[in-house]
Design a protein around this ligand. Structure first.
Ligand code: ASP
Length: 336
C-alpha cells in the first residue's frame, strides 16, 4: 500500500504549478518570500490553499489563517480537528482553539462543544471581549449569542471508532495516553493531528491559529496545548511565530511555542529555534517521552520558515510568494 505521506509528497499540489518530489528538499528556502502560509501536517495543503487566496489578494494574515483553519475544522474526515474529531472517553466532541494577531491580540476557547468553528469563536473572544479565554459552557453560549449554530460534531465513523475503543478500554487515562502513543508511532501513515497555521501577509504582518479536538478518548474536561497561548501558539510580530502539535501535556510543560519565538528573538533561525525547544523538552523529560511525538513549525520576520520534531513522521506544508505548495518532512531528534 502506498504510504500516505509519500503519496501526498508526490501528488499534492497546487493551483498553478507542481513541484516535483525530487526537487522538494532542494527547494526548501533558507529565505522565503512573503506572503506565506505554513501549517502542521501535509493534509492541510487544502487549508493553506484557502488562506493563500486571502493573502494573494492583499488580505490580512489574520483573515487568512481564520479562513484556512476553518477548512480543516469542517472536514469530517479529519478525526483530530472540528467536525468528525474523535470524542472524549464519554463520547463528547470537545474542541480547543486559539488565535493571535499582529497587534498582540489573542483569543482562545477551550473544551467548547457543538460549534463547528472554534477558531472563529476564539477570534471573537479576542475582538469582542476584554478577555483572552472562554471555556466550556460559557464559550458555547458566547458563540450562540454571536450567531453560531449548535451542531452535532460526532460523525458516524468517529462514533464507531469510539465504541470500538470502549470495548477494550479500561477507561483509564494512562491507557488513553498509551493509545495516543501508538497512534503517533513513527511510520504511522495517518499521523495528521492538530492544525497549527502561521501566515505572513504582503505587509509583512504575522498571525497564527491552532485548532484541535485534542487527544482522542481523553478525560472529560482535558485541555491540551493547542488553545493555550504560548504553548500551542505564539506570535510576536516583531520576531516571528510558532505553533505546535503532538502530545500537548509535554508542550504545555515547557511553554513550547513561546520558547521557539524567544529563541528566534535571540538569533536562532526558525529551524534552530524549533530544534532548541525539542532538545530542551527531551533533556527535561526523556524518561517520559517513550513513543510520543511532538513537532513545531516556525516563521521569522524575514519570512524564513523551519520545523523540527522529536521523532520521525512529522511533516508540514507551506505556500509562499512563488505560489507553490510544498510538503516536507521535518528533521527530528531521535534517530533510530
Ligand atoms: N496537541 C494536541 C493536544 O494535545 C493534539 C495533537 O496535536 O495531536 O491536544
Amino acid at each position: 500500500m502506498i504510504n500516505r505521506r509519500k503519496f501526498i509528497r508526490h501528488s499534492v499540489l497546487s493551483t498553478g504549478a507542481i513541484l516535483l518530489a525530487q526537487n522538494l528538499n532542494a527547494r526548501i528556502p533558507s529565505t522565503n518570500s512573503f506572503p506565506l502560509v505554513i501549517s502542521t501536517w501535509a493534509p492541510n495543503v487544502k487549508a493553506n490553499k484557502v488562506a493563500w487566496e486571502v493573502l494573494a489578494n492583499g488580505g490580512r494574515a489574520l483573515d487568512a489563517i481564520e479562513k484556512g483553519v476553518m477548512v480543516t475544522e469542517a472536514d469530517p474526515d479529519d478525526t483530530s480537528v472540528g467536525y468528525g474529531g474523535l470524542p472524549d472517553r464519554d463520547g463528547n466532541v470537545t474542541l480547543d482553539a486559539c488565535i493571535m494577531d499582529e497587534l498582540g491580540g489573542c483569543g482562545s476557547v477551550m473544551c467548547i462543544e457543538n460549534i463547528m468553528h472554534p477558531v472563529s469563536v476564539a477570534r471573537l473572544v479576542m475582538e469582542k471581549t476584554p478577555h483572552v479565554v472562554l471555556v466550556g459552557r460559557g464559550a458555547f453560549e458566547f458563540a450562540l449569542k454571536n450567531g453560531f449554530k449548535k451542531e452535532n460534531l460526532l460523525t458516524a465513523s468517529s462514533e464507531k471508532f469510539w465504541k470500538e475503543w470502549l470495548k477494550t478500554s479500561m477507561y483509564n487515562p494512562m491507557d488513553t495516553m498509551k493509545h495516543m502513543k501508538q497512534k503517533r508511532a513513527p511510520g504511522s501513515i495517518d499521523n495528521h493531528d492538530t492544525i497549527g497555521m502561521l501566515a505572513m501577509d504582503v505587509n509583512g504582518n504575522l498571525s497564527g491559529a491552532c485548532s484541535t479536538s485534542g487527544m482522542a478518548f481523553k478525560m472529560k474536561g482535558r485541555v491540551g496545548d493547542s488553545p493555550i497561548i504560548g504553548a500551542g501558539l505564539f506570535v510576536d510580530n516583531e520576531v516571528g511565530a510558532a505553533t505546535a502539535t503532538g502530545v500537548g501535556e509535554e508542550v504545555i510543560r515547557m511553554c513550547g511555542s513561546h520558547t521557539v519565538v524567544e529563541a528566534m528573538r535571540y538569533g536562532k533561525s526558525p529551524k534552530e529555534a524549533c530544534q532548541l525547544a525539542v532538545e530542551r523538552m527531551y533533556k527535561l523529560r526523556k524518561n517520559n517521552l517513550n513513543d510520543m511525538q511532538i513537532g513545531f513549525i516556525a516563521v521569522n520576520k524575514s519570512g524564513e520558515i523551519g520545523a523540527f520534531s522529536l521523532r520521525e513522521g512529522f511533516n508540514y506544508c507551506y505556500r509562499s510568494g512563488e505560489g507553490l505548495d510544498v510538503v516536507n518532512d521535518a528533521e527530528f531528534l531521535l534517530k533510530k
